[in-house]
Design a protein around this ligand. Structure first.
Ligand code: GUN
Length: 283
């Protein structure tokens, strides 16, 4: 079997075109969705993600504000800035780019953003809402993955979804969203014994470990759907995923590439959440 490639880049573009029209309708009603991104320090990868968010916001018509703060910014200074934005009616979404410098408590910062403006979907209240099957802001990468599966009419209900990786940003929430869609979910991680066994049983395999070519086609079940969340830079400077695309493609029915796969969907769902917040349809 040779898999069909799911280009998140194409789905992202069509969703952004739809959002652009929606934002223009909202603006005619006096609603201007506003996103504020806070970037601390000058990590090149974070800078490049933030630039992508700015460009996409501009395309869709979301008013986007970037606040850059130096690496030495104290936790208190950051919390003060967040409190200001929490009280600013023009700001519908607040995103603090992670990771933060070591002297700042990441969880404290996440919890400082009011849940109504937490367009990342990282606040414990929003995570709790997601876990109990309520509508809320879902974390952007997991939410984007669900959209990609749905765009290809891939059925999730009753399927065995195996997640490799248990980060708070991707692994845990993507498993929860797949469970909400009635998948049977298994999480694998660095302490999992006999990971190959689980990989070989996966109907839907999501790989989010951040290690280039961590998985190849050897153990992948024929016809599996393979979602590669990894973004790794090779020594030559090119981007590559956590999955060895060429060998996995021979086993899978659908597979996402890197780049042009999951990545563009993350920013798209961030804009979706920001528009949702502006419409006050989060309640
Ligand atoms: N750093 C890497 N991915 C993300 C994300 O989705 N949100 C935030 N805030 N920081 C990140």
């Amino acid at each position: 079997m040779t898999a069909e490639v799911i280009f998140g880049s194409e789905l992202a573009q069509s969703m952004r075109d739809e959002m652009k029209e929606e934002v223009s309708r909202l603006k005619s009603q006096g609603i201007v969705p506003g996103l504020t991104v806070i970037l601390i320090g000058d990590d090149p990868a974070s800078k490049s993600y933030v630039l992508g968010k700015q460009r996409a916001s501009e395309y869709v018509g979301v008013s986007s504000d970037l606040i850059t703060m130096p690496e030495e910014t104290t936790e208190e200074e950051l919390l003060t800035k967040i409190a200001e934005l929490n009280n600013d009616d023009k700001v519908n979404g607040i995103l603090v780019q992670l990771p933060l410098p070591n002297h700042i408590n990441e969880q404290k910062v996440i919890e400082a953003i009011i849940p109504e403006k937490d367009v990342d979907g990282f606040h414990p209240i929003n995570i709790g809402r997601m876990m109990t099957g309520k509508d809320t802001f879902f974390p952007c990468t997991p939410y984007g993955i669900i959209q990609m599966l749905k765009s290809k009419n891939i059925s999730i209900s009753g399927k065995h979804a195996v997640i490799i990786g248990r980060s708070n940003i991707v692994g845990k929430p993507v498993g929860q969203l797949l469970l909400n869609e009635n998948a049977t979910v298994t999480y694998c991680h660095s302490r999992t014994v006999d990971m190959e066994k689980y990989i070989s049983e996966a109907d839907i395999l999501v790989v989010a470990v951040g290690k280039a070519h961590f998985i190849d086609g050897t153990h992948i079940k024929n016809g599996a759907v393979v979602i590669d969340v990894g973004v790794n830079r090779t020594e030559e400077g090119t981007l590559t995923g956590d999955v060895d695309f060429d060998s996995a493609k021979e086993k899978a029915s659908f597979i996402t590439p890197v780049p042009k796969g999951v990545g563009p969907m993350t920013i798209t769902m961030l804009l979706h959440n920001t528009i949702k917040s502006a419409k006050k349809s989060y309640n």
